[in-house]
Design a protein around this ligand. Sequence first.
Ligand SMILES: [Zn+2]
Length: 444
Amino acid sequence: MNLISFSIKTKGAHNFARRLGTVFTRFGVSEIPTRQALYTIIDSLQQYNAEPTFFIPAVVLCRHPQLIAEIARSGVEIGIHGYIHNDYRLLSESEQYEQTRQAIAVFENTPIAYHGFRNPYLGWTEEALHIFAALGFLYESNEAVIHDVIDLDRFTPLLRNGYEKSLELFQAINCTAYALRPHFEGALLRIPTSIPDDEMLFDRLRITDSKRVGGIWSKIMQRVYELGGLYTLNLHPERGILCKQALDILLSHAHKQPLPVWVARLSDVAHWWKERSWFRLNIIPQGADRWLVEANCTPRATLLARQIIVEDQPAIPWIGADTCIQARRCLVRAVKCPCIGVSQATPQEVTDFLYEQGYPNVRCSPEDAHAYPFYLDIPEGLGTNRKEQMLRRSALVEHIEQLEAPLLRFACWPNGSRAALAVSGDIDSVTIQDFFLRIIEVHS
Ligand SMILES: [Zn+2]
């Protein structure tokens, strides 16, 4: 299927015709308009000492190596967005492997260090996940969490239809505290991304008022903050200038929250999640209702306590019932052992999951269950397919986060941050020529 018939199928004929019009206003025959758009995003983030992550198809990198190397030198992360801009769901496993390998070969010919892969159209496949792991990627960022913050009834059926086509194209998953956290699948980290992206708002729903877009993004940030997750914003640089005010509104909103929001590149998120996966707590009994806590973690870990009195170290208020302990060794008093009890029959995938989520746990018998704030006995594990796994994992995280009982845990983000924000975008084309070459590349 070529790009024209693919675009008509996924966007609708009216949106495709409109799209052709926007190409000539957003791109030029030279790199200048895209350069300006890229620096507009980079400069907004620089106000907060942060950088964006851009993904680019290898063939587009080949045509603009100097521009991309220049922004990479300034601290921008560059990830791989396919060899050409095509949908992996239409390729065989060997084609996916071959094209990923070719894309890597192009990047390796440049000074640009890559860590992650994002598929065009977020079109990930089960085979692609194995290929990314086998070829040494640290992370992929394709799972699209949908934030239901727009009243769709206020739009015409034609516009709504274009929006709904995107949800289908992006294999959207529902927003939960768990869905907003990265997670490992083997050695590969999966970092969620968020929709609606700029294309869905601007071109499909025709919300072109940058202030209104900024309001929508801030609403999403607020929800992500309350759930303690990651907001991966998707902003294509071609709308970088149109969205400047929206991005500034979002960044200012994130900055004004009572607890810090960590603004980071996706590779920083990936390195942090890897670092965090080794954090453990030793909870050693010291007589009745008293424990010595030893945290095996790095200095930037955020250690939280709930319904616990820390006897010999300061604990500062965090969110709700939680306090934050900066010390890595302390004496605590609590009416129960402040970690999760797990039955012997519960499979190891559950304890691995608990550790990854930052929840210390210990194996114990049903007779000792009363000594822990929460006892898990699920011999059947976390489900046999993706849908079941997502539901069970989400329910478990939600239950533990809402426990009203003594509990120690590691928060998701470093240095006392409540949530994280990653500004990302795909550089699908740099010039008008790139846009039309895409049609030829995908077709051939
Ligand atoms: Zn793309």
